[in-house]
Design a protein around this ligand. Structure first.
Ligand SMILES: [Zn+2]
Length: 579
C-alpha cells in the first residue's frame, strides 16, 4: 500500500472524536464536541472537534488540523512517526516497517484468530451448543469475536509455534504456562471473550469453562499487556455511545455486556469480575457524567459493591443504581420474553446512590437489626461527597426516623472523623443525643423563616396539596433543614398529628413556632392557592439570588467553570425578567 493510500485508509478507520476523546474529555455541543484545549492552559473550553469535518480547532491558541496533526502536536512526533502510530491503531499495514519485531498484541491477535477458527471447527461443537443455549446466535459470535479454546493441553501453543511465535512471546502474553512436564495452554475447554483496551488493542482474554474442574471464569494474568485495573469489557464499542449519551451502563459479566449490546444498549461495559477500581472510574469519567449500575440484585446491596459505587461518585460521576427483579441478572432478564420492556423500565427508575444506601437495607431497617442498619447506612453515606447528599437529606432522614439537620450533623461528624477529628465517644453520644431529643439552640437567633414556614403550614393543612407536591422540586426550596425535614416527612406520608406528637416528645419547639408563624403569614392572603403561588415563587427567586451571589463571587475570583458561567448568565437573565 502506498503512503497516500495508507493515509486515506487510516483516516477512514479512525474517528477523530474517539482519538481526541481518549486524551481530552469531550462533551457534545450541537453537532460538535468541546473540551479543554490540551495544547494551552485554559479553564473555559475553547477546543472544538468536528465529527463531520474530522478536524479539531482551538479558538484560544489557534491550533487545529486532522488526526495526524493532532498526534504530531500532542506526542511531539514527526509525520512518519505519527503515521506509524496511527497505522498501528487503525490496523493498517504500512509498506516499510521499522524493524521486524512482532508486537505482543500481534501475538494476541494470532491467538484470537486461532480461538475464533476453533469455535467454528469440529472441536468447537460443545461451545457452539452452549452459546446457542444462552441465546447467542452465530452473528453475535463474529460481532463480538468470540472463540473457543479446545480442551487439549497444547492446541494453541502448537499452532502459535507453527506461526513462528517464540516461547518467551507466548509466555509474556500469558497464553501459555510453564509446567513441570512442559509448557501448556492457559485457556483450555473455555469459551473465549477477547478484551480490548480503549484504543481497540487486544490486551487480554476472558475464558468461561464449560465443564470439569476450575474457576467458572478466568482472565489473562497481569503482564506487560494487561492491566485489568484500567480495562472495561466492550469499551471500544461502547465509548462512542457513552459519549453521545453522557451515560454508561455498568454490568458485571461478559454475558451481561454482550446481551445489552445485542438489545440495543450500546453504552454498556462490564468490569472484569473484580470490584471497581479508581482507574476504571477515571476512565468512565473521561467520557460521561453518569453511570447506571446494573448488577444482579443479590450482589448490588453488598458492602464491597456499594464501596465501588462510592468510588465512582467520588470521581465526580452521578451514580444511579438499577434494580432488577429479584434473582435476575441483566442477561437472564433481557433474554426472557418481554425482558426488553422490563429492563427499560428498570433503567428509567434507576435510583440515586444516596437513596439506594437506604433502599438496600430497607428490610433490616424494619426489623430487629435496625440500629446496626442505621449505623451501616450512615457509614456508607459518609463516604460520599456532602454536596451530592444534600438533595436527598430530607428523604433519607425521614426513612431513618430522624430530622434532616440531625442526619447532616451525624454525617458531618463522620466525615470529620475520617479526617482525624472528633473521637468515637463524641460521635456515639452525638448519635444517641439527636436520636433522643432535639439539641439546644439559642432562641434569639432561631426565628423561623416566614416564607418557608408558610409553605410548611399550607402543606400541613391540606392533604390534597401534599399528595400533589413533587418532593424533588419542592424540597430544594428550603434553606432551613428542620423545616425541610418536616416537609419531607409530610410528603412521605407522615400524618401531621404524629409529627406534632414527636415534636412534643422530643421537646422540639421550633417547628411548632414555625407552623404558627406560617399560619400568620398566610392570613394576609385570602385564597390559599394564591398564597401558595406567591410564596413558592418568592422562595424560588430567593434561592436563585443566593445561587447568583455565590457564582458571582466565584467568577470574580476566577474559579467558575464554564458550566457555572452559563448557569450564572441564565440566572442573571431570569432574575432580570422577574424584576
Ligand atoms: Zn488551545
Amino acid at each position: 500500500m502506498s503512503q497516500d493510500e495508507a493515509v486515506r485508509e487510516i483516516k477512514e478507520r479512525i474517528d477523530i472524536v474517539e482519538l481526541v476523546g481518549d486524551v481530552v474529555p469531550l462533551r457534545k455541543v450541537g453537532k460538535n464536541f468541546r473540551g479543554l484545549c490540551p495544547f494551552h492552559a485554559e479553564k473555559t473550553p475553547s477546543f472544538y472537534v468536528s465529527p463531520d469535518r474530522q478536524t479539531f480547532h482551538c479558538y484560544g491558541c489557534g491550533r487545529g488540523g486532522d488526526i495526524f496533526s493532532f498526534v504530531m502536536e500532542k506526542e511531539g512526533l514527526s509525520f512518519p512517526e505519527a503515521l506509524e502510530t496511527l497505522a498501528e491503531r487503525a490496523g493498517v499495514r504500512l509498506a516499510r516497517r521499522t524493524g521486524n519485531r512482532r508486537s505482543l498484541s500481534e501475538v494476541m491477535e494470532l491467538a484470537l484468530a486461532f480461538y475464533r477458527e476453533t469455535l467454528l471447527g469440529p472441536s468447537g461443537e460443545p461451545a457452539r451448543r452452549y452459546l446457542e443455549s444462552r441465546s447467542l446466535p452465530p452473528p453475535a459470535w463474529s460481532r463480538f469475536e468470540l472463540g473457543w479454546a479446545p480442551p487439549a493441553w497444547d492446541g494453541l501453543w502448537n499452532w502459535l509455534r507453527g506461526k513462528g511465535v517464540s516461547r518467551q512471546e507466548a509466555i509474556s502474553c500469558g497464553l501459555i504456562i510453564e509446567g513441570q512436564k512442559g509448557d501448556y495452554d492457559r485457556f483450555r475447554g473455555r469459551v473465549i471473550f477477547p478484551i480490548r483496551d480503549i484504543a481497540g488493542k487486544l490486551t487480554a482474554f476472558g475464558g468461561r469453562i464449560l465443564s470439569g474442574e476450575g474457576a467458572k471464569y478466568i482472565n489473562s494474568p497481569e503482564g506487560p499487556l494487561f492491566n485489568k485495573r484500567s480495562l472495561l469489557y466492550l469499551l471500544p464499542a461502547a465509548k462512542g455511545p457513552i459519549r453521545e449519551k453522557g451515560e454508561a451502563i455498568l454490568v458485571e459479566g461478559y454475558m451481561d455486556a454482550l446481551r445489552l449490546h445485542l438489545c440495543g444498549f450500546h453504552n454498556a461495559v462490564a468490569t472484569l469480575g473484580t470490584s471497581l477500581t479508581t482507574e476504571q472510574a477515571a476512565l468512565l469519567k473521561r467520557m460521561s457524567d453518569r453511570v447506571l449500575i446494573c448488577y444482579d440484585s443479590d450482589a448490588a446491596g453488598q458492602d464491597a459493591t456499594l464501596r465501588g459505587m462510592s468510588l465512582l461518585q467520588n470521581e465526580g460521576l452521578e451514580v444511579r443504581v438499577v434494580e432488577l427483579p429479584r434473582g435476575k441478572d441483566p442477561d437472564e432478564l433481557l433474554a426472557s420474553v418481554g425482558g426488553d420492556g422490563l429492563f427499560g423500565q428498570a433503567l428509567s427508575r434507576a435510583m440515586p446512590l444516596p437513596l439506594y444506601h437506604v433502599h438496600a437495607r430497607r428490610e433490616a431497617l424494619a426489623g430487629p437489626g435496625r440500629k446496626k442498619a442505621v449505623e451501616e447506612i450512615l457509614a456508607g453515606l459518609a463516604e460520599l461527597p456532602m454536596l451530592d447528599l444534600v438533595p436527598y437529606l430530607g428523604a433519607i432522614a425521614s426513612s431513618l426516623g430522624i430530622f434532616s439537620h440531625q442526619l447532616s450533623e451525624l454525617l458531618n461528624l463522620r466525615q470529620g472523623q475520617k479526617k482525624g477529628s472528633p473521637p468515637p465517644e463524641k460521635r456515639d453520644s452525638a448519635l444517641s443525643g439527636v436520636l433522643v431529643k432535639e439539641g439546644q439552640r439559642n432562641p434569639a437567633e432561631d426565628l423561623p423563616d416566614s416564607l418557608e414556614s408558610a409553605l410548611l403550614y399550607l402543606l400541613w393543612k391540606c392533604p390534597e396539596r401534599r399528595a400533589a407536591a413533587a418532593p424533588e422540586a419542592l424540597l430544594p426550596l428550603f434553606g432551613d433543614e428542620r423545616i425541610q425535614g418536616a416537609v419531607a416527612a409530610l410528603l412521605n406520608g407522615e400524618p401531621p398529628e404524629s409529627l406534632r406528637k414527636i415534636w412534643y416528645e422530643t421537646g422540639n419547639r421550633f417547628l411548632g413556632s414555625a407552623l404558627a408563624a406560617g399560619g400568620d403569614f398566610c392570613e394576609a392572603f385570602g385564597d390559599p392557592n394564591e398564597a401558595w403561588q406567591k410564596i413558592e415563587t418568592g422562595l424560588r427567586k430567593r434561592n436563585a439570588e443566593k445561587e447568583y451571589r455565590i457564582l458571582r463571587e466565584k467568577m470574580t475570583r476566577g474559579l467558575a467553570t464554564s458550566e457555572e458561567m452559563s448557569r450564572l448568565n441564565w440566572l442573571a437573565r431570569m432574575l432580570k425578567g422577574r424584576r
